[in-house]
Design a protein around this ligand. Structure first.
Ligand SMILES: [Zn+2]
Ligand SMILES: [Zn+2]
Length: 335
C-alpha cells in the first residue's frame, strides 16, 4: 500500500490549544462556488526522480450543473497516469446543494494498481465516512456475491456448492460500509469543495485563513498563508500569482492527532505550496511531495490549459468588451 509507506515529511502538529475556526467566513466563500460553473482546466503532474522531472500524469478539474429539477453543482477532479510500474486512475467528485453550495456528498474512486471507493455524506451536524469493503454479511443472499466452492469427501473432490465469497478482489462483491461518524458542530468541508471555496478568499500577503477539512476519518484545520506575489510561467501562460503555503493540523480524535499524516488532493503531502492566479485565484502551480513505492518524491503540478472559463467570467468579459449599455441589453435579451 502506497499510503503505508515510509513517509516522514510532515507529521501532524502536536495537539495545541483549541483551534479558532471561522466557519461563517468559510460558508460565505462556499456560496461563491456557483460563480465557477462552466470552468474546466487541465494540469500536468511531474515527480522528481534522481534529479530529473518526469511527467507522471494529467488531471482535469471541472465545475458543472447536473440533474433534472434540483440542479446540483458538481465539482470533479480526475487524474490519470503512472510510471515506474505503478498506474493510477482517480476521480474525485463533490455534489453540492445548488442554493448554498454546501457539500452533500464527496466521493473518491481509485482504480489501477490500487482500488478504493470512499465517500463522505454530509448530514445535519455530522459527516458520515463510508468505504467499499468486501461483503461479509452472514445473511447476504445477493446472487452476485456467490461463488462455486468444490466439495470434498476426504481428499477426493465430489462436486461443487454455491457459497458466499469470503474474500477476493472482485469489486462487484464490495459494498458500502460505514467506517466513522464525525459529529461536528461547525462547518467542515471536503477537500475539493474547500479548494474551490478558497477561490474567493482574500489573499492579502501576510494574512492567513483557516480551512476546516474532513478527510476520511480525520478532521484537519488547514492554515493557508499568503506568502508573496510572484510572476510565474507555466504551459498555460504567464500569471501574476500569490504563493500560499498550507499548514495542516489534525483536529479530529485526540489519539490520532500525532499519528496521521496529512494527504492533500491525490495524495499530495509534505510542505505544500500553491500559486494562485491573483485575478481569478485559479491554482496555476502546486508543489509538494507524493508517496511513491516506499519513497517520497517531490511533486510539481502545473496548469496546462484553461479549456473553458466559468460562465460568469465569460459573461463579464463580453460585457467589458462591448459598449456597456448595449452589452447589458443584449445579455438581458439573451437570457
Ligand atoms: Zn454479500
Ligand atoms: Zn469476493
Amino acid at each position: 500500500m502506497l499510503t503505508c509507506c515510509l513517509v516522514l515529511c510532515l507529521q501532524a502538529a502536536p495537539a495545541q490549544e483549541k483551534v479558532d475556526l471561522p466557519p461563517q467566513r468559510i460558508l460565505e466563500n462556499v456560496s461563491t462556488i456557483k460563480n465557477l460553473v462552466g470552468e474546466k482546466v487541465e494540469y500536468d503532474g511531474y515527480v522528481n526522480k534522481a534529479g530529473i522531472w518526469v511527467q507522471v500524469g494529467t488531471s482535469t478539474f471541472s465545475v458543472v450543473e447536473e440533474g433534472a429539477s434540483d440542479k446540483e453543482i458538481v465539482l470533479r477532479a480526475s487524474a490519470k497516469g503512472g510510471k515506474f510500474g505503478y498506474s493510477l486512475k482517480a476521480l474525485m467528485e463533490s455534489r453540492l446543494d445548488p442554493a448554498t453550495c454546501v457539500p452533500r456528498t464527496h466521493t473518491f474512486t481509485q482504480s489501477g494498481s490500487e482500488q478504493q471507493d470512499k465517500r463522505l455524506l454530509f448530514e445535519n451536524g455530522r459527516v458520515l465516512y463510508v468505504k467499499k469493503k468486501h461483503c461479509r454479511d452472514p445473511q447476504c443472499k445477493n446472487p452476485a456475491h456467490m461463488v462455486k466452492e468444490t466439495t470434498f469427501w476426504g481428499p477426493i473432490p465430489t462436486g461443487s456448492k454455491t457459497v458466499h465469497c469470503s474474500h477476493c478482489q472482485d469489486r462487484s462483491h464490495y459494498v458500502w460500509l460505514p467506517r466513522y461518524t464525525h459529529e461536528v458542530d461547525t462547518a467542515f468541508l471536503d477537500m475539493l469543495t474547500a479548494l474551490f471555496a478558497a477561490r474567493s478568499a482574500e489573499l492579502k500577503v501576510g494574512t492567513s485563513i483557516v480551512v476546516p477539512l474532513v478527510i476520511d476519518r480525520d478532521r484537519w484545520a488547514i492554515t493557508v498563508t499568503s506568502q508573496k506575489e510572484e510572476r510565474i510561467e507555466v504551459k498555460a501562460g504567464k500569471f501574476t500569482c500569490v504563493k500560499v503555503t498550507l499548514q495542516p493540523e489534525n483536529v479530529g480524535d485526540p489519539e490520532r492527532r500525532t499519528q496521521e499524516q496529512f494527504q492533500g488532493i491525490f495524495g499530495l503531502n509534505g510542505t505544500i505550496n500553491v500559486w494562485l492566479d491573483k485575478e481569478t485565484r485559479l491554482p496555476v502551480q502546486i508543489s509538494g511531495s507524493i508517496p511513491f513505492a516506499f519513497m517520497n518524491l517531490n511533486c510539481h503540478v502545473e496548469l496546462r490549459k484553461i479549456v473553458t472559463r466559468s460562465d460568469a467570467a465569460k459573461k463579464a468579459r463580453s460585457v467589458t468588451a462591448a459598449v456597456p449599455q448595449t452589452a447589458a441589453g443584449t445579455a438581458d435579451k439573451a437570457q
